[in-house]
Design a protein around this ligand. Structure first.
Ligand code: SF4
Ligand code: FES
Length: 368
């Protein structure tokens, strides 16, 4: 089957891996890019221009913490001038009203704020920093400046019981959108899987609460709930297909078909310093590796759901089976589903015999 490759809709620009928080669920790679390896301002400007030429309409400035880059205003301005919708994905630490007003003036269109828990004690323990009160202030600043606000919460065993309070908090913050996303076990999060894995009881308790809130808040605050996929029968349609809609540029210029793709050690990762972005999107082996359906094997190859989930997540397939072209083992039709069942049983057994382990906090920020 020939694959028609459409232009990318969005670019996730990870400006830096440096971050003031130490969240145990961090999905960034275990090995972070050092400050000295980050793209320069001129290189990021070139990347933004090349992305726009390629058709990118949404630029998500992320990290780590993008506010740690002094050139953030310049990058926002360029992306906006070129006609992109510019989103800032932030911990909120360091986002003063004057700084945000300046970014808005330069064309910033949206702020996505991470929240770790519903109260300071819980949230600061998960973030590994005194951050919660400052995030509440940041939300007020976003409202004062008049930008739309999304609140993002990563859910796991240590905050799942707070789902209702988290929805209340997002409402009080004036969020337009709340994403409640169960942890995905990539990068650093994999190290903490036992401590992070929610129980089936927690998931069952959260579901009706979220469903009721979606109804109650319809038209006022959109709620997106991302399920805990290890417990599901079918995998998520990860990235809406590999190399289909979005590309990620890592702090060092590596260009990835998904933010977690550096876990696939068999992938020949390209870099903007060595190859033009357009060529990488259309022609590179890494972006073409899992486009379309030709790469699929049984059971995906003939499955009636393959146009719905694209065979699931390539990173998860690689991490759990060592083969990135395997069916996502989360799928109940996968010959490797027993791997996921074994993990769930193993995590539950560990907790039953030794208790919930302490978090291994995200290692200190990279400053070199
Ligand atoms: Fe999706 Fe493949 Fe499972 Fe079918 S077999 S549901 S295509 S992951
Ligand atoms: Fe990489 Fe799913 S996280 S393809």
């Amino acid at each position: 089957m020939d694959v028609t490759v459409e232009p990318p809709l969005g670019m996730l620009a990870e400006l830096t891996h440096r971050c003031p928080l130490h969240c145990p669920y961090c999905s960034n790679p275990v090995e972070l890019a050092a400050k000295r390896d980050e793209l320069t301002t001129a290189q990021w400007l070139e990347v933004i221009e090349a992305a726009r030429d390629l058709g990118v309409l949404q630029v998500h400035l992320s990290g780590g913490e993008p506010l740690l880059r002094p050139d953030l205003p310049e990058l926002v301005a360029r992306a906006s001038e070129l006609g992109c919708y510019v989103n800032l994905v932030t911990s909120g630490l360091g986002l003063t009203e004057s700084r945000l007003a300046d970014l808005a003036e330069r064309g910033l269109a949206h702020v996505q704020l991470s929240v770790q828990g519903a109260d300071a004690a819980r949230a600061d323990r998960i973030a590994g920093a005194k951050a919660h009160a400052r995030k509440v202030d940041t939300a007020a600043v976003v409202r004062a400046v008049g930008l739309p606000l999304s609140v993002n919460v990563v859910l796991h065993r240590a905050n799942h019981d707070q789902v209702e309070e988290l929805i209340d908090l997002a409402e009080r913050m004036g969020a337009d959108r709340l994403e409640l996303a169960n942890t995905q076990y990539y990068g650093w999060a994999l190290r903490n899987r036992t401590a992070l894995m929610p129980t089936p009881e927690q998931l069952a308790a959260a579901e009706p609460v979220v469903r009721a809130a979606i109804e109650r808040l319809r038209g006022r605050m959109e709620i997106v709930y991302v399920v805990a996929d290890y417990y599901e029968r079918y995998p998520k349609p990860c990235m809406y297909g590999w190399g289909a809609r979005q590309l990620t540029v890592a702090p060092n210029g590596d260009v990835l078909p998904c933010p977690a793709a550096s876990v696939i050690t068999t992938l020949d990762v390209e870099n903007v310093k060595r190859r033009p972005l357009g060529e990488i999107w259309y022609e590179s082996a890494s972006f073409n590796a899992f486009r379309g359906e030709d790469w699929m094997r049984d059971p995906c190859r003939t499955c009636d759901r393959r146009a719905l989930d694209f065979g699931g997540c390539r990173c998860q397939a690689f991490m759990l089976t060592g083969d990135a072209s395997a069916t996502d083992p989360v799928c109940s039709r996968s010959p490797d589903r027993s791997v996921v069942d074994g993990i769930l049983a193993g995590e539950a057994e560990t907790v039953a015999s030794a208790g919930v382990p302490d978090f291994v906090m995200r290692a200190p920020t990279v400053t070199r």
